[in-house]
Ligand binder design. Sequence first.
Ligand SMILES: [Zn+2]
Length: 319
Amino acid sequence: MKPRFEIWDTHIHLFTRSIVESWRKKRAAQDPKVQEAAQRNHDRHMTKANNLQWEFPEDGDDAAKRWLAELDRAGVARGAFMAPFAESAQLRTMLSHSDRFIGLSWMNPTVPDAPQILERERAAGLVGVKCYPVSEGYLLSDKRAYPFYEAASRLGMFVLIHYGVTVGYNANLAFANPLDLHPVARDFPDVNFVIAHFGAGYMRECLMLAYQQENVHFDTSGSNNWLRTQPTKMTLKNVFERFLEGAGAERILYGSDSTNFPRGYRVNVLEEQLNILEELDISDAERALILGGNLKRLMSNNQPVGDSVTPETTRSVFG
Ligand SMILES: [Zn+2]
């Protein structure tokens, strides 16, 4: 594909063989119930994986080469990748292969050493961090997470959050409502927050948050099949229209939610969204923001601590 915009993807999952294995182990270590669920999920996942003939690349060269080829195939300039836990050696190795890979951490912000972990992730070149409260069972508004936001602010890292419905085996929708983010976004106005998948069912709450807080953004990633959970029928184009009106093009970030092989890059997600963007009554400048400019801006907050930020350094580091 040769899209007419420079495309930066905000939301890609890195699942190598060893990441899948260690993710299961880390989560199984939590408690017996989680362990049972982890095993059930593993079995289900592997059955599905065998049925779909999923392949997980090996760490290092294999993963990097395959993902670079996928970005080329889709016509995507750069992609933000996340492993499902912090301090992933696999992700760090991947980042060392090409500057087209952008790294996002993955953390529970309420753990006591969250600020120190985030500092190490930043030092390793990661620019943002994903939180998954609906599957990991915590509230972002928990005061124990405040030192983590202080660190995110100091380090210039953005926070990507999955609220709403999810395929996660351990999901608890009691932690799914993005309104939980309101006091956090209010108390940390210089941290940029990105809610994934347009809130995955919590569209109204997302639009309310957008109204209240300038620092809350939304990514467009995935199949957006949460539309089936809504009481009224609407299309993805309608969703774009509502968020353009309620949040503006400056706060919408394109993402694909690509995950595994052999599917690789979700070109169908990109094509569908490119078509919608062409149909919408917006300018090319606004399309360019959604497709890459906004991610570039969020990353440009991410200067080394103490360095002065100039347009020149921002350009040289982030193209
Ligand atoms: Zn995802």
